[in-house]
Design a protein around this ligand. Structure first.
Ligand SMILES: [Zn+2]
Length: 292
């Protein structure tokens, strides 16, 4: 009876209701799902935009989010090590887990099997592929495929949304490329090894990292080496995610006169950044303004 009333309500009011329930591990995925699913999809996310996605405390409320979900989208490649625990805890045997990295050209994949002593948060290669906008295109297509196979009758709706989004993204990709052209060949120090896809896309020289190893905190001896490097190469900026502590970068700024550029690498990472495109705009504008 309830279902009939609901269907009547939809027929009368023309309000469509979500056919697919989705959870995204990150807000970048969340944004892409919204663009393609629009009002046929109900979507929620786990990691906030200002949180370090490598380390998320597994909360019971996250398991509840997954309990009735149809699809969980994740970046994969070991970024969200915490997500397996969430999946188990959700006790949702119908949940489909979609790894968006399957068609990504992966970088820094180790040619050995890392063990626990390796001390690296990127044991399966570098998972920060969403920082290259060409990869956002691939992610959007993966999301379209998964949503369409979940709800066949909405396939053409999702396709239209995908095409619209890809053409919007294409325009921005051209704009970003021309904005970044003067930055090509310039050296940058990054805080964490999360910028390789971005750096290679725009021809930036990655001179070093504030972290001695991915996921390992900055140390005084490593900072001292960086001071020498900054001075000898004339490096102008450190680029870092805004969820890391800036105390080591600020020390480098005092000792070597380098500028610290803090940016979000997720949607909602700072106030006013409400989409992937706005996030990339912000990052590129910050880099261009500070390095040139
Ligand atoms: Zn990382």
């Amino acid at each position: 009876m309830k279902k009939i009333i609901l269907l009547l309500l939809i027929a009368v009011t023309g309000i469509s209701y979500a056919n697919i329930k989705v959870v995204a591990t990150t807000t970048v995925i969340y944004d892409l799902v919204k663009e393609i699913g629009k009002d046929k999809v109900m979507v929620d996310f786990i990691a906030r935009g200002d949180q370090d996605p490598h380390f998320i405390d597994v909360l019971p409320s996250y398991m509840i989010k997954l309990r009735n979900a149809d699809i969980l989208f994740r970046i994969g490649m070991g970024l969200e090590m915490w997500s397996d625990q969430l999946i188990d805890g959700s006790r949702n045997s119908n949940l489909k887990v979609i790894d968006l990295s399957s068609n990504i050209q992966k970088k820094e994949v180790p040619n050995f099997k890392p063990d626990a002593s390796y001390g690296d948060v990127h044991p399966f290669g570098n998972p920060h592929y969403w920082m290259d906008p060409e990869n956002a295109r691939i992610m959007a297509k993966e999301i379209y495929k998964a949503l369409s196979s979940e709800s066949n009758r909405d396939e053409s709706y999702f396709k239209k949304n995908l095409d619209n989004y890809l053409s919007e993204l294409e325009k921005k990709i051209i704009e970003w490329k021309s904005k970044m052209a003067p930055v090509q060949g310039k050296p940058i120090i990054f805080f964490h090894a999360s910028w390789i896809y971005f750096a290679e896309r725009y021809g930036i020289i990655t001179s070093g990292f504030v972290e001695p190893k991915p996921g390992i905190s900055p140390s005084p001896s490593h900072n001292a080496e960086l001071v020498q490097l900054i001075k000898s190469k004339g490096i102008k900026i450190i680029v870092m995610e805004n969820y890391y502590s800036d105390s080591a970068p600020n020390q480098l700024a005092r000792l070597a006169g380098i500028k610290v550029v803090k940016v979000p690498t997720a949607v909602y990472g700072v106030r006013g950044i409400n989409s992937y495109i706005e996030m990339m705009d912000y990052i590129i504008n910050q880099i261009v303004q500070n390095i040139l």
